[in-house]
Design a protein around this ligand. Sequence first.
Ligand SMILES: [Zn+2]
Length: 429
Amino acid sequence: MKFIFADAQDYVDPHYDFLNDVNGEGRQPYWDDQYPHEILYHAPYDGILVSRAIVGSPGINGKYSESQSMRLRRVGAREYLRFNRPEHLDKPIFGDCGAFSYSNLDVPPYTAVDTVEFYGDGQFTHGFSIDHIVFEFDSNAKDLSGGSTQSKERFDITLELASEFIKESSKQLGQNFTPIGVVQGWSPDSLAEAARRLIKMGYRYLAIGGLVPLKVYEIHQAVAVVHDVIQQWPDVKLHLLGFAKADHIHEFTRYSQIASFDTTSPLIRAFKDNKQNYYLPSKNGSLQYFTAIRVPQALDNNKLKNHAKTGRYAQEDLVRLEQEALGRLRSFDKGEAALNETLDAIIAYSKPLYWSPTSSEESMKRKLHTLRLQYQHTLEASPWKSCNCPICRTASIETIIFRASNRNKRRGIHNLRVFYEHLNKTRVV
Ligand SMILES: [Zn+2]
Protein backbone atom coordinates (compact mmCIF):
# COMPACT_ATOMS: atom_id res chain seq x y z
CA MET A 1 0.00 0.00 0.00
CA LYS A 2 1.79 3.08 -1.24
CA PHE A 3 1.71 6.36 0.71
CA ILE A 4 1.33 9.24 -1.72
CA PHE A 5 2.01 12.63 -0.17
CA ALA A 6 -0.22 15.43 -1.40
CA ASP A 7 2.16 18.39 -1.71
CA ALA A 8 1.06 21.99 -1.30
CA GLN A 9 4.49 23.58 -1.77
CA ASP A 10 5.61 22.22 1.56
CA TYR A 11 9.22 23.24 1.58
CA VAL A 12 11.34 25.01 4.18
CA ASP A 13 14.39 27.27 4.15
CA PRO A 14 17.39 25.11 5.16
CA HIS A 15 19.32 28.20 6.24
CA TYR A 16 16.59 29.71 8.41
CA ASP A 17 18.04 31.56 11.40
CA PHE A 18 15.90 30.59 14.40
CA LEU A 19 17.55 32.97 16.86
CA ASN A 20 16.81 36.05 14.78
CA ASP A 21 13.78 34.63 12.98
CA VAL A 22 15.03 35.52 9.53
CA ASN A 23 15.52 33.57 6.32
CA GLY A 24 18.96 32.65 5.04
CA GLU A 25 20.73 35.53 3.30
CA GLY A 26 19.62 36.10 -0.28
CA ARG A 27 17.18 33.20 -0.08
CA GLN A 28 15.03 32.63 -3.12
CA PRO A 29 11.88 30.77 -2.11
CA TYR A 30 11.38 27.47 -3.98
CA TRP A 31 14.90 27.53 -5.49
CA ASP A 32 16.77 27.57 -2.19
CA ASP A 33 14.09 25.90 -0.09
CA GLN A 34 13.95 22.15 0.42
CA TYR A 35 11.13 19.66 0.02
CA PRO A 36 10.74 16.88 2.61
CA HIS A 37 12.69 14.43 0.40
CA GLU A 38 15.55 16.94 0.24
CA ILE A 39 15.84 18.08 3.84
CA LEU A 40 15.47 14.51 5.15
CA TYR A 41 17.77 13.11 2.40
CA HIS A 42 15.29 10.22 1.94
CA ALA A 43 11.72 10.55 0.69
CA PRO A 44 9.30 10.00 3.60
CA TYR A 45 6.68 8.78 1.10
CA ASP A 46 6.31 6.45 -1.88
CA GLY A 47 5.12 9.08 -4.32
CA ILE A 48 3.76 12.62 -4.59
CA LEU A 49 0.36 13.94 -5.57
CA VAL A 50 0.08 17.34 -7.22
CA SER A 51 -3.32 18.92 -7.50
CA ARG A 52 -4.44 21.28 -10.25
CA ALA A 53 -6.12 23.30 -7.50
CA ILE A 54 -2.71 23.92 -5.88
CA VAL A 55 -0.91 24.63 -9.17
CA GLY A 56 -3.69 26.94 -10.39
CA SER A 57 -4.76 27.65 -13.93
CA PRO A 58 -6.06 30.69 -15.83
CA GLY A 59 -8.94 32.14 -13.80
CA ILE A 60 -8.34 29.75 -10.88
CA ASN A 61 -5.84 30.83 -8.26
CA GLY A 62 -3.66 28.15 -6.77
CA LYS A 63 -0.64 28.31 -4.47
CA TYR A 64 1.89 28.44 -7.29
CA SER A 65 2.90 31.75 -8.81
CA GLU A 66 2.26 32.07 -12.53
CA SER A 67 5.90 31.41 -13.37
CA GLN A 68 6.01 28.37 -11.07
CA SER A 69 2.88 26.97 -12.68
CA MET A 70 4.41 27.53 -16.12
CA ARG A 71 7.64 25.88 -15.02
CA LEU A 72 5.80 22.77 -13.80
CA ARG A 73 4.07 22.46 -17.14
CA ARG A 74 7.31 23.04 -19.01
CA VAL A 75 9.72 20.73 -17.18
CA GLY A 76 7.22 18.24 -15.72
CA ALA A 77 6.23 17.63 -12.12
CA ARG A 78 9.17 15.34 -11.30
CA GLU A 79 11.80 17.89 -12.19
CA TYR A 80 9.74 20.72 -10.70
CA LEU A 81 9.53 18.87 -7.36
CA ARG A 82 13.20 17.88 -7.64
CA PHE A 83 11.96 14.34 -7.14
CA ASN A 84 14.32 13.10 -9.81
CA ARG A 85 17.28 11.54 -8.08
CA PRO A 86 17.90 7.96 -9.29
CA GLU A 87 16.17 6.48 -6.22
CA HIS A 88 13.03 8.52 -6.95
CA LEU A 89 12.59 7.57 -10.56
CA ASP A 90 10.45 4.50 -9.91
CA LYS A 91 8.20 6.43 -7.52
CA PRO A 92 4.92 7.59 -9.03
CA ILE A 93 3.68 11.15 -9.38
CA PHE A 94 -0.08 11.43 -9.25
CA GLY A 95 -2.15 14.33 -10.51
CA ASP A 96 -5.67 15.28 -9.48
CA CYS A 97 -8.09 18.14 -9.95
CA GLY A 98 -8.61 18.99 -6.26
CA ALA A 99 -12.38 18.46 -6.17
CA PHE A 100 -12.75 20.24 -2.79
CA SER A 101 -11.63 23.51 -4.36
CA TYR A 102 -14.67 23.58 -6.69
CA SER A 103 -17.16 21.63 -4.60
CA ASN A 104 -19.46 24.68 -4.32
CA LEU A 105 -19.83 24.99 -8.12
CA ASP A 106 -22.63 23.28 -10.03
CA VAL A 107 -20.17 21.62 -12.39
CA PRO A 108 -16.38 21.14 -12.24
CA PRO A 109 -14.44 23.94 -13.96
CA TYR A 110 -12.28 21.42 -15.88
CA THR A 111 -12.84 19.29 -18.94
CA ALA A 112 -11.40 15.90 -19.85
CA VAL A 113 -9.38 17.57 -22.63
CA ASP A 114 -7.69 20.24 -20.47
CA THR A 115 -7.10 17.77 -17.64
CA VAL A 116 -5.35 15.32 -19.95
CA GLU A 117 -3.31 18.23 -21.29
CA PHE A 118 -2.29 19.15 -17.73
CA TYR A 119 -1.29 15.56 -16.92
CA GLY A 120 0.60 15.31 -20.20
CA ASP A 121 2.53 18.56 -19.70
CA GLY A 122 3.29 17.62 -16.10
CA GLN A 123 4.42 14.13 -17.22
CA PHE A 124 2.39 12.56 -14.45
CA THR A 125 2.58 8.78 -14.12
CA HIS A 126 -0.99 8.57 -12.76
CA GLY A 127 -3.96 10.91 -12.99
CA PHE A 128 -7.44 10.92 -11.50
CA SER A 129 -10.56 11.50 -13.54
CA ILE A 130 -12.41 14.75 -12.82
CA ASP A 131 -14.88 14.14 -10.00
CA HIS A 132 -17.56 16.15 -8.24
CA ILE A 133 -17.81 15.53 -4.52
CA VAL A 134 -20.96 13.97 -3.11
CA PHE A 135 -21.18 15.13 0.48
CA GLU A 136 -24.07 12.97 1.55
CA PHE A 137 -23.53 9.48 2.98
CA ASP A 138 -26.55 7.33 3.79
CA SER A 139 -25.49 3.89 5.03
CA ASN A 140 -28.98 2.43 4.62
CA ALA A 141 -30.06 3.55 1.13
CA LYS A 142 -30.46 0.48 -1.09
CA ASP A 143 -29.60 0.16 -4.78
CA LEU A 144 -29.82 3.63 -6.33
CA SER A 145 -32.59 4.84 -4.00
CA GLY A 146 -32.18 7.74 -1.58
CA GLY A 147 -29.75 10.54 -2.28
CA SER A 148 -30.61 14.18 -2.97
CA THR A 149 -31.04 15.51 -6.51
CA GLN A 150 -27.65 17.20 -6.15
CA SER A 151 -25.95 13.95 -5.09
CA LYS A 152 -27.43 12.10 -8.06
CA GLU A 153 -26.39 14.86 -10.45
CA ARG A 154 -22.84 14.72 -9.13
CA PHE A 155 -22.80 10.92 -9.41
CA ASP A 156 -23.77 11.27 -13.10
CA ILE A 157 -21.35 14.14 -13.80
CA THR A 158 -18.45 12.21 -12.25
CA LEU A 159 -19.16 9.13 -14.38
CA GLU A 160 -19.69 11.13 -17.56
CA LEU A 161 -16.36 12.96 -17.09
CA ALA A 162 -14.65 9.66 -16.24
CA SER A 163 -15.88 8.18 -19.51
CA GLU A 164 -14.54 11.15 -21.50
CA PHE A 165 -11.31 11.17 -19.50
CA ILE A 166 -10.32 7.55 -20.13
CA LYS A 167 -10.90 7.92 -23.88
CA GLU A 168 -8.94 11.16 -24.07
CA SER A 169 -6.07 9.92 -21.91
CA SER A 170 -5.59 6.69 -23.86
CA LYS A 171 -5.61 8.72 -27.09
CA GLN A 172 -3.14 11.39 -25.89
CA LEU A 173 -1.01 9.81 -23.17
CA GLY A 174 -0.80 6.15 -24.10
CA GLN A 175 0.56 3.29 -22.05
CA ASN A 176 2.99 5.17 -19.83
CA PHE A 177 0.14 6.90 -18.06
CA THR A 178 -2.34 5.21 -15.70
CA PRO A 179 -5.80 6.78 -15.58
CA ILE A 180 -7.60 6.38 -12.25
CA GLY A 181 -11.40 6.48 -12.18
CA VAL A 182 -12.87 8.27 -9.18
CA VAL A 183 -15.85 6.69 -7.45
CA GLN A 184 -18.42 9.09 -5.97
CA GLY A 185 -21.74 8.09 -4.44
CA TRP A 186 -24.18 8.85 -1.61
CA SER A 187 -24.46 5.30 -0.22
CA PRO A 188 -22.52 2.01 -0.21
CA ASP A 189 -24.70 0.66 -3.02
CA SER A 190 -24.31 3.74 -5.23
CA LEU A 191 -20.52 3.59 -4.70
CA ALA A 192 -20.55 -0.07 -5.76
CA GLU A 193 -22.54 0.81 -8.87
CA ALA A 194 -20.10 3.62 -9.77
CA ALA A 195 -17.19 1.18 -9.36
CA ARG A 196 -18.87 -1.37 -11.69
CA ARG A 197 -19.46 1.30 -14.34
CA LEU A 198 -15.86 2.57 -14.16
CA ILE A 199 -14.50 -0.95 -14.61
CA LYS A 200 -16.78 -1.37 -17.61
CA MET A 201 -15.33 1.82 -19.10
CA GLY A 202 -11.90 0.18 -18.92
CA TYR A 203 -10.43 1.53 -15.68
CA ARG A 204 -8.05 -0.81 -13.85
CA TYR A 205 -7.30 1.63 -11.03
CA LEU A 206 -10.17 3.14 -9.04
CA ALA A 207 -10.15 5.75 -6.29
CA ILE A 208 -12.77 6.38 -3.65
CA GLY A 209 -13.29 10.13 -3.33
CA GLY A 210 -15.15 12.23 -0.81
CA LEU A 211 -13.62 10.43 2.18
CA VAL A 212 -12.44 13.53 4.05
CA PRO A 213 -15.65 14.31 5.97
CA LEU A 214 -16.51 10.66 6.69
CA LYS A 215 -16.06 8.94 10.03
CA VAL A 216 -13.77 5.91 10.17
CA TYR A 217 -16.65 3.38 10.30
CA GLU A 218 -18.25 5.06 7.26
CA ILE A 219 -14.95 4.88 5.38
CA HIS A 220 -14.88 1.16 6.17
CA GLN A 221 -18.40 0.77 4.77
CA ALA A 222 -17.48 2.63 1.60
CA VAL A 223 -14.20 0.78 1.12
CA ALA A 224 -15.69 -2.65 1.91
CA VAL A 225 -18.44 -2.35 -0.68
CA VAL A 226 -16.16 -1.08 -3.46
CA HIS A 227 -13.56 -3.69 -2.56
CA ASP A 228 -16.20 -6.40 -2.84
CA VAL A 229 -16.95 -5.25 -6.39
CA ILE A 230 -13.35 -5.12 -7.54
CA GLN A 231 -12.47 -8.52 -6.07
CA GLN A 232 -14.06 -10.02 -9.16
CA TRP A 233 -11.22 -8.38 -11.11
CA PRO A 234 -7.98 -9.25 -9.30
CA ASP A 235 -5.97 -6.87 -11.52
CA VAL A 236 -8.00 -3.83 -10.43
CA LYS A 237 -6.32 -1.60 -7.83
CA LEU A 238 -7.89 0.79 -5.37
CA HIS A 239 -6.72 4.18 -4.06
CA LEU A 240 -8.11 6.09 -1.07
CA LEU A 241 -8.32 9.72 -2.13
CA GLY A 242 -7.68 12.34 0.57
CA PHE A 243 -7.42 9.87 3.42
CA ALA A 244 -7.35 12.26 6.36
CA LYS A 245 -7.51 9.55 9.03
CA ALA A 246 -3.98 8.40 8.24
CA ASP A 247 -3.42 7.04 11.76
CA HIS A 248 -6.08 4.42 11.03
CA ILE A 249 -4.44 3.16 7.86
CA HIS A 250 -3.39 -0.14 9.49
CA GLU A 251 -7.10 -1.05 9.75
CA PHE A 252 -7.29 -0.96 5.97
CA THR A 253 -4.51 -3.45 5.19
CA ARG A 254 -7.18 -6.18 5.25
CA TYR A 255 -8.50 -4.93 1.88
CA SER A 256 -5.91 -6.60 -0.29
CA GLN A 257 -6.53 -4.58 -3.46
CA ILE A 258 -5.91 -1.17 -1.89
CA ALA A 259 -2.69 -0.21 -3.66
CA SER A 260 -2.31 3.37 -2.46
CA PHE A 261 -3.69 6.28 -0.46
CA ASP A 262 -2.87 9.94 -0.30
CA THR A 263 -2.87 12.25 2.67
CA THR A 264 -1.27 15.37 4.08
CA SER A 265 -2.44 14.75 7.62
CA PRO A 266 0.90 14.02 9.38
CA LEU A 267 2.19 17.34 8.03
CA ILE A 268 -0.97 19.36 8.58
CA ARG A 269 -1.52 18.19 12.13
CA ALA A 270 1.79 19.76 13.11
CA PHE A 271 0.05 23.13 13.00
CA LYS A 272 -3.69 22.53 12.63
CA ASP A 273 -4.36 20.11 15.46
CA ASN A 274 -5.09 21.45 18.94
CA LYS A 275 -3.04 18.84 20.76
CA GLN A 276 -1.37 16.24 18.57
CA ASN A 277 1.34 18.19 16.80
CA TYR A 278 4.50 16.13 17.10
CA TYR A 279 4.66 12.41 16.32
CA LEU A 280 6.97 9.82 17.81
CA PRO A 281 6.87 6.03 17.69
CA SER A 282 5.76 4.54 21.00
CA LYS A 283 7.07 1.38 22.65
CA ASN A 284 3.90 -0.62 21.91
CA GLY A 285 4.34 -0.15 18.17
CA SER A 286 1.77 2.63 17.72
CA LEU A 287 2.32 6.36 17.48
CA GLN A 288 2.40 8.82 20.37
CA TYR A 289 1.72 12.52 20.08
CA PHE A 290 2.91 15.67 21.79
CA THR A 291 1.52 19.18 21.94
CA ALA A 292 3.71 21.82 20.34
CA ILE A 293 4.42 24.89 22.47
CA ARG A 294 2.81 28.02 21.11
CA VAL A 295 5.11 31.04 21.13
CA PRO A 296 3.87 33.11 18.18
CA GLN A 297 5.59 36.25 17.00
CA ALA A 298 4.28 39.12 19.14
CA LEU A 299 4.51 41.59 16.28
CA ASP A 300 2.78 39.27 13.79
CA ASN A 301 0.03 37.57 15.75
CA ASN A 302 -3.36 39.25 15.15
CA LYS A 303 -4.66 38.73 18.65
CA LEU A 304 -1.52 40.14 20.26
CA LYS A 305 -1.44 43.06 17.83
CA ASN A 306 -5.02 43.79 18.83
CA HIS A 307 -4.04 43.84 22.52
CA ALA A 308 -1.40 46.43 21.69
CA LYS A 309 -3.92 48.48 19.69
CA THR A 310 -6.59 48.52 22.40
CA GLY A 311 -4.01 49.13 25.13
CA ARG A 312 -4.81 45.93 27.01
CA TYR A 313 -1.12 45.09 26.85
CA ALA A 314 1.79 47.28 25.86
CA GLN A 315 3.60 46.02 22.80
CA GLU A 316 6.98 46.08 24.52
CA ASP A 317 5.58 43.91 27.34
CA LEU A 318 4.31 41.36 24.82
CA VAL A 319 7.70 41.28 23.09
CA ARG A 320 9.41 40.86 26.47
CA LEU A 321 7.11 37.95 27.42
CA GLU A 322 7.71 36.36 24.02
CA GLN A 323 11.50 36.65 24.33
CA GLU A 324 11.43 35.30 27.88
CA ALA A 325 9.41 32.27 26.78
CA LEU A 326 11.78 31.56 23.88
CA GLY A 327 14.87 32.16 26.02
CA ARG A 328 13.71 29.82 28.78
CA LEU A 329 12.81 27.11 26.29
CA ARG A 330 16.28 27.24 24.79
CA SER A 331 17.89 27.23 28.24
CA PHE A 332 15.70 24.28 29.22
CA ASP A 333 16.93 22.41 26.15
CA LYS A 334 20.53 22.95 27.27
CA GLY A 335 19.75 21.85 30.82
CA GLU A 336 20.20 25.40 32.11
CA ALA A 337 16.60 26.16 33.15
CA ALA A 338 14.29 24.16 35.39
CA LEU A 339 10.98 22.77 34.16
CA ASN A 340 8.78 24.97 36.33
CA GLU A 341 10.44 28.28 35.55
CA THR A 342 10.25 27.39 31.85
CA LEU A 343 6.55 26.60 32.14
CA ASP A 344 5.99 29.84 34.11
CA ALA A 345 7.47 31.87 31.27
CA ILE A 346 5.44 30.06 28.59
CA ILE A 347 2.19 30.40 30.53
CA ALA A 348 2.84 34.09 31.21
CA TYR A 349 2.94 34.60 27.44
CA SER A 350 -0.05 32.28 26.92
CA LYS A 351 -2.25 34.56 29.05
CA PRO A 352 -2.59 37.35 26.47
CA LEU A 353 -2.62 34.73 23.73
CA TYR A 354 -5.63 32.85 25.10
CA TRP A 355 -7.43 35.87 26.56
CA SER A 356 -11.00 36.15 25.37
CA PRO A 357 -13.60 38.85 26.15
CA THR A 358 -16.22 36.16 26.75
CA SER A 359 -14.19 33.94 29.12
CA SER A 360 -14.51 34.35 32.86
CA GLU A 361 -11.38 34.48 34.99
CA GLU A 362 -12.23 30.99 36.26
CA SER A 363 -12.46 29.46 32.81
CA MET A 364 -9.21 31.17 31.75
CA LYS A 365 -7.49 29.67 34.77
CA ARG A 366 -8.76 26.20 33.87
CA LYS A 367 -7.68 26.63 30.26
CA LEU A 368 -4.17 27.74 31.24
CA HIS A 369 -3.91 24.90 33.77
CA THR A 370 -4.75 22.30 31.08
CA LEU A 371 -2.27 23.92 28.74
CA ARG A 372 0.42 23.86 31.40
CA LEU A 373 -0.12 20.12 31.92
CA GLN A 374 0.13 19.47 28.17
CA TYR A 375 3.30 21.55 27.88
CA GLN A 376 4.73 19.87 30.97
CA HIS A 377 4.19 16.49 29.34
CA THR A 378 5.97 17.71 26.19
CA LEU A 379 8.93 19.21 28.03
CA GLU A 380 9.37 16.29 30.44
CA ALA A 381 9.48 13.86 27.54
CA SER A 382 11.59 16.23 25.35
CA PRO A 383 10.70 14.05 22.35
CA TRP A 384 12.92 15.97 19.89
CA LYS A 385 15.89 14.56 21.79
CA SER A 386 14.88 10.97 20.98
CA CYS A 387 14.48 11.65 17.26
CA ASN A 388 17.51 11.28 15.02
CA CYS A 389 15.98 12.88 11.93
CA PRO A 390 18.05 15.67 10.33
CA ILE A 391 15.43 18.22 11.41
CA CYS A 392 15.40 17.41 15.12
CA ARG A 393 19.16 16.95 15.15
CA THR A 394 19.78 20.42 13.77
CA ALA A 395 16.80 22.49 14.96
CA SER A 396 16.50 20.76 18.37
CA ILE A 397 13.83 22.40 20.59
CA GLU A 398 12.86 24.84 17.80
CA THR A 399 11.05 21.87 16.20
CA ILE A 400 8.52 21.74 19.02
CA ILE A 401 7.86 25.50 19.11
CA PHE A 402 4.60 26.38 17.36
CA ARG A 403 5.71 29.51 15.55
CA ALA A 404 5.56 30.46 11.85
CA SER A 405 6.12 28.30 8.82
CA ASN A 406 9.78 27.33 9.17
CA ARG A 407 9.26 25.67 12.54
CA ASN A 408 5.73 24.38 11.90
CA LYS A 409 6.50 22.80 8.55
CA ARG A 410 9.73 21.31 9.85
CA ARG A 411 7.69 19.63 12.58
CA GLY A 412 5.26 18.46 9.90
CA ILE A 413 8.08 17.02 7.81
CA HIS A 414 9.47 15.26 10.88
CA ASN A 415 5.94 13.82 11.37
CA LEU A 416 5.91 12.57 7.77
CA ARG A 417 9.09 10.64 8.42
CA VAL A 418 7.76 9.13 11.69
CA PHE A 419 4.48 8.24 9.99
CA TYR A 420 6.26 6.67 7.00
CA GLU A 421 8.50 4.53 9.23
CA HIS A 422 5.45 3.50 11.25
CA LEU A 423 3.66 2.58 8.04
CA ASN A 424 6.61 0.57 6.79
CA LYS A 425 6.44 -1.51 9.96
CA THR A 426 2.71 -2.13 9.81
CA ARG A 427 1.81 -2.47 6.16
CA VAL A 428 1.85 -5.51 4.00
CA VAL A 429 3.67 -4.23 0.95
ZN1 LIG B 1 12.60 14.40 14.04
